[in-house]
Design a protein around this ligand. Structure first.
Ligand code: NAD
Length: 350
């Protein structure tokens, strides 16, 4: 990989390779853009197949955080870090403290938090070496219920756009993934009167959803064929791809998962089929809003979070209007609005 060419094209400011032989730490911290403030984004721990995969992941994820934080109106830039290793085998206090020292050496340019493969307990070790860490237990806590509520508000905004009202009573929603976010979304939608069809790869998750909320369930691969109003991907990325896009029988795709589209061409394919796509980093921004309160030092309360979450339906409406006016996909429209937000700041500075 020609690293300077890649980061030049993607617009990164700084990429730090962290090596600590004593603890075995091999990590990469990527600061994408700090025009709006320090770069906030979690630390992922994963056993990558190659170092190149780890570099690509951290570059893509950190860039995504710049767009997400800008769209959520946060005074924060975008960054992310990855630790190369197996989260089930390679974790230790030494490792996370070594990582914390590297985060600290950036002097606040990058603020870390938990992500896939790391948890609040790991961040406690990081916090012994740096104050540039968020998402600790006893502070803003698990962001998942807030993310789910943001997705719920986003789904209502999509319904308003497509059906002219945001009433969810009787709407059919197909949910893929009953994890931390998906299960809470099932609760919120059921309470709002929606009819749910769900799936997960684990039968205990399905049993819990059936028992608690009386939902219908289908096999994981059948979720794409469910006739519904809204398809809500809440599992992994790249689920809208060449094998699934033409099977969807919905009017709206709106869910929590990051990087739902395999690539941008699938935004075009959804639009051609008359399906409204809620850009993932806009609708799933509730989690970062939650953690940003801890970073800003504001007094945390659910009322404050709910107030800040109003940005999600507002931004989605703006994206849909912009896409219609400029004749671009909603994914492209979101990118263009986000770029204006963080580049405008850049222009003001320079
Ligand atoms: P999670 O790991 O708790 O839940 C994911 C669920 O999806 C699991 O129950 C898993 O079994 C299921 N799953 C995996 N593959 C599946 C498949 N092929 N078909 C059906 N089910 C499948 O994760 P989460 O915290 O609920 O996050 C869900 C998604 O939302 C992820 O993509 C995550 O990156 C994104 N997200 C989460 C947050 C948050 O606050 N947790 C914030 C922003 C974005």
């Amino acid at each position: 990989m020609e690293i300077f060419k890649v980061i030049g094209e993607m617009g990164h400011e700084e990429v730090v390779f962290c090596n600590d032989p004593e603890s075995g730490l091999k990590a990469i911290i990527a600061v994408h853009n700090t025009n709006l403030g320090p770069a906030l984004g979690g630390c992922r721990m994963w056993s990558y197949d190659s170092e190149e995969d780890a570099i690509r992941d951290v570059l893509r994820l950190s860039r995504g955080m710049t767009y997400k934080n800008a769209m959520m109106n946060l005074p924060l830039g975008g960054g992310k870090s990855v630790i190369i290793g197996d989260p089930r085998k390679d974790k230790s206090e030494k490792l996370f403290r070594a990582f914390g020292k590297f985060v600290n050496s950036l002097g606040g340019k990058y603020i870390t938090a938990e992500d896939v493969g790391t948890c609040p307990e790991d961040m406690r070790y990081v916090a012994q070496e740096t104050s540039y860490v968020a998402g600790l237990d006893g502070k803003s806590g698990d962001p998942s219920p807030i993310t789910a509520f943001g997705v719920f508000l986003g789904i209502k905004a999509c319904c308003e756009w497509v059906y002219g009202n945001d009433d969810l009573k009787g709407k059919v929603v197909a949910i893929q993934g009953l994890g931390h976010v998906g299960m809470e979304l099932v609760r919120l939608l059921t309470e709002a009167g929606a009819k749910l069809v769900v799936t997960d790869i684990y039968s205990d998750r399905i049993d819990e959803a059936k028992e608690k909320y009386g939902v219908e369930a289908v096999d994981p691969d059948k979720i794409f064929d469910v006739a519904c109003d809204i398809f809500a991907p809440c599992a992994l990325g790249a689920v809208i791809n060449e094998n699934t896009v033409d099977r969807l029988r919905c009017k709206i795709v709106a869910g929590a998962a990051n990087n739902q589209l395999k690539d941008e061409s699938f935004a075009e394919r959804l639009a051609k089929r008359g399906i409204l796509y809620a850009p993932d980093y806009v609708i799933n921004g509730g989690g970062v809003i939650n953690v940003s309160i801890e970073v800003s030092g504001e007094i945390y309360s659910r009322e404050l979070v709910n107030e800040k979450l109003k940005i999600i339906p507002k931004r989605l409406k703006e994206v849909f209007e912009f896409a219609e006016k400029e004749k671009v996909t909603t994914a492209r429209a979101a990118d263009m609005i986000a770029e204006r937000i963080f580049m405008k700041k850049f222009n003001q500075i320079s």
